[in-house]
Design a protein around this ligand. Structure first.
Ligand SMILES: Nc1ncnc2c1ncn2[C@@H]1O[C@H](COP(=O)(O)OP(=O)(O)OP(=O)(O)O)[C@@H](O)[C@H]1O
Ligand SMILES: [Mg+2]
Length: 358
């Protein structure tokens, strides 16, 4: 069952269309990640949902209530939409204590002081800040401020929580920890979440469904695994950091979903044909493969292509190599193998990992 329904949402700023005819649903209790490059309209969608921005067109339903509809002339005030928001800048109020920060949404709703402090205290325990109640909100670390913001967004038990780059100010360790904690919190409290980020690892780590935006429009949407493993367009492949190589169609492999394409005069690869691919020989196409699906190896193996290490960078547990296949550069991310610039190697890759797109 859908908890959030967004239908044909459009928001313009002057002549610029920030969000153009966007529709998606979020099932109850699930997390949807809104992903995409800077300026693609993610925050604008959240602000429209929260009632902080008035769309030019479309309808929004939250928990079975229409909160916005241009045709019906409905536009509920933000406080009537019953949701929680966590922004990237934690917006923790410096002149208040930790517990007053967290209890504030309950004060606005007219709850008695005793009740709201009891609720705030319970929420602080949930986010791991028990004992910090009476401390000034500025005298805690950035990560703790982020938790205060989270507690404040959840304290009135909203059924929908919106996160806008909510973890991007945290260091890598804390971010990973908070990501796991968020998932557990959500399982316990059962809220529906929309999570805006430009970090794909965060999107896949948190979300059941991913919506990838491009210039105000939905480029692709679906279950996280599908969107990731089967890029729907060259934009998607590039966004996820895949190798995207301009190539030429040789032709389909009869009776299979494979096609052969030429990367250059010397190198031919076999890959899975993407949707809407023109298989006419000679057509320009894009051959895409994940960096993690390419491996530089000393030994040749069936289907491998000889090349030279052009560059390498150390990534900690892994190394990234750029392998030159005679004028075509292919990036490979793999466990450290100790190759150096100029080494002769073989690029090992599987036909199932190549996807050929129009
Ligand atoms: N109040 C405003 N007035 C004019 N233009 C705006 C306003 N708010 C946003 N925009 C424009 O609308 C587009 C979408 O902005 P939005 O903030 O939704 O992007 P975003 O996807 O959240 O980007 P980022 O990842 O950088 O936060 C951008 O081109 C932005 O410049
Ligand atoms: Mg934004």
């Amino acid at each position: 069952m859908s908890f959030v329904r967004i239908a044909n949402l459009t928001k313009r700023f002057g002549t610029h269309t920030a969000v153009g005819n966007v529709s998606f649903d979020v099932p109850q209790g699930s997390t949807l990640a809104l992903l995409g490059p800077s300026g693609c309209g993610k925050t604008t969608i959240l602000r429209c949902l929260a009632g902080l921005e008035t769309p030019d067109d479309g309808a929004i339903e939250i928990g079975g209530n229409v909160v916005f509809d241009t045709c019906a002339g409905i536009d509920l005030m933000p406080e009537k939409r019953e949701l929680g928001i966590v922004f990237q800048s934690y917006a923790v109020w410096p002149h208040m204590t930790v517990e007053d920060n967290v209890a504030f949404p309950l004060k606005v709703r007219g709850m008695s002081k005793t009740d709201r402090l009891a609720r705030a205290s319970k929420m602080l325990e949930t986010v791991g800040l028990k004992g910090f109640e009476t401390r000034s909100a500025t005298l805690v670390s950035g990560g703790q401020q982020q938790r205060i913001a989270l507690a404040r967004a959840l304290v009135h038990e909203p059924r929908l929580v919106l996160f806008d780059e909510a973890l991007s100010n945290l260091d890598a360790v804390l971010r990973e920890q908070m990501r796991l904690e968020l998932r557990m919190l959500q399982e316990r409290l059962g809220f529906t979440a929309i999570y805006v980020t430009h970090d794909q690892a965060e999107a896949f780590g948190l979300a059941d469904t991913v919506v990838l935006m491009n210039q105000g429009k939905i480029e692709t949407a679906g279950p996280a695994r599908e969107v990731f493993h089967r890029p729907a367009s060259a934009f998607v492949a590039r966004f996820f950091g895949m190798n995207v190589l301009e190539s030429r169609m040789i032709g389909p492999v009869a009776g299979t979903e494979y096609v052969d394409v030429a990367l250059n005069d010397r190198v031919t690869v076999r890959g899975v044909a993407g949707d809407g691919l023109d298989v006419t020989p000679g057509k320009p196409v894009l051959a895409c493969i994940r960096k993690e699906s390419v491996r530089a190896s000393r030994a040749a193996s069936p289907g491998s292509v000889p090349g030279t290490i052009e560059a390498m960078s150390f990534l900690g547990v892994a190394e990234e190599y750029i392998v030159d296949l005679g004028g075509v550069s292919l990036r490979a991310t793999q466990p450290a193998a100790g190759f150096r610039r100029g080494d002769a190697v073989h690029a090992v890759m599987a036909a199932d990992d190549w996807i050929v797109l129009p």
